[in-house]
Design a protein around this ligand. Sequence first.
Ligand code: PLP
Length: 409
Amino acid sequence: MLLSDMRDNSSASGWSAESLLELRADTPGCEQVVHFNNAGCGLLAAPVLAAMVEHLQLEAGIGGYEAAAARAEQVRDFYTEIAALINARPENIAFAASATHAYATALSSIPFEAGDVIVTTRNDFISNQIAFLSLTKRFGVRVVHAPDLPEGGVDVEAMATLLRRHRPRLVAVTHIPTNSGLIQPVAEVGRHCRELDLLYLVDACQSVGQLPIDVAEIGCDLLTATCRKFLRGPRGSGFLYVSDRVLAAGYEPLFIDMHGSRWTSPGRYEPVATAARFEEWEFPYATVLGCAAATAYARRVGLEAIARRSSALAARLRERLTAILGVRVVDHGANLGALVTFQIRGWQPQPFKAAMDTRGINSALSFREFAQFDFGDKNVDWCLRLSPHYYNTDEEIAFVADTVAELVR
Ligand SMILES: Cc1ncc(COP(=O)(O)O)c(C=O)c1O
């Protein structure tokens, strides 16, 4: 692949037609579907698929443990690739089966006590909100939601006031929610957390692979993500970033295992020094290798270029949808990314999605239950989510917008 030729500023999207064709040729799914569900799961690129299939064949040929030993060096690439992607060290990265698993493991390492406060936002992910409520039920933790700005997105100054008032045990912000195009100002929140020395957990599930992520710039202690969405890795994979600060302070997951610790005497164990403390012994090695390949691929394409192109495609789609009578685009916020959400007049959710499916367009539905605060504020019961990525084309944007217009008519 000639990824070095990718940037051609003469085209509207900033990429040459040839480089886009190359990327699409590398993505078998592009021939079969118009994939606007990258916020659900990105399409695998051929080298990712090849890395996984090769490893499964090796496992079948010589045995699972033996195949892992034979590919130990490539498995280490997972850590170096993810670390390079987010400006960390490999020792700060733990593999996880999902973003939710990474998040729950991170939460389990915090010794919450009754009366502790979690300050979060009105746009944090549904499962994170449920986890906070579960902590409330079990430990008596109090959850405080920072208010939003009138134009959408968390009000950082109001949040900073809450941080000074409550001195929370945890500050938690989802970078890009699942239910809207909003990009939250995670680095601005992080500056307040660093100033006040507060533990800061960022859910970067939708932003990893979509935007450049720099944990030093964000100032977070913990960051969670999946590999299957904008990073275009396989399903059943994710990671947890654990800062040196958190490792040195001795945080460890509640159910640490024989991989994350050493059983040093009958009555003692010692956590390992690295973020491996947050992993489990068993790994889906083909998946780990697929993640390493996907991350290397994304880094070769370039995260700055990916961010520019995916948000430009989404902005064009928003513009086209806004012009359709009977469609209401509901993305709010000063800074919007590649998730596009909208209401459709005169349709029920499942039939509308099915009509899109029939026309070869992959999309996703979001419901009030996914976003109690945000959809409540917007008075939305459900909406359709379209999430293009850099390998989508202007022609696909036009086709998708025309299809929505035809269905709404
Ligand atoms: C913002 C956000 N956080 C977390 C998750 C959960 O990710 P996973 O399904 O990998 O647990 C999602 C999934 O859609 C998400 O959008």
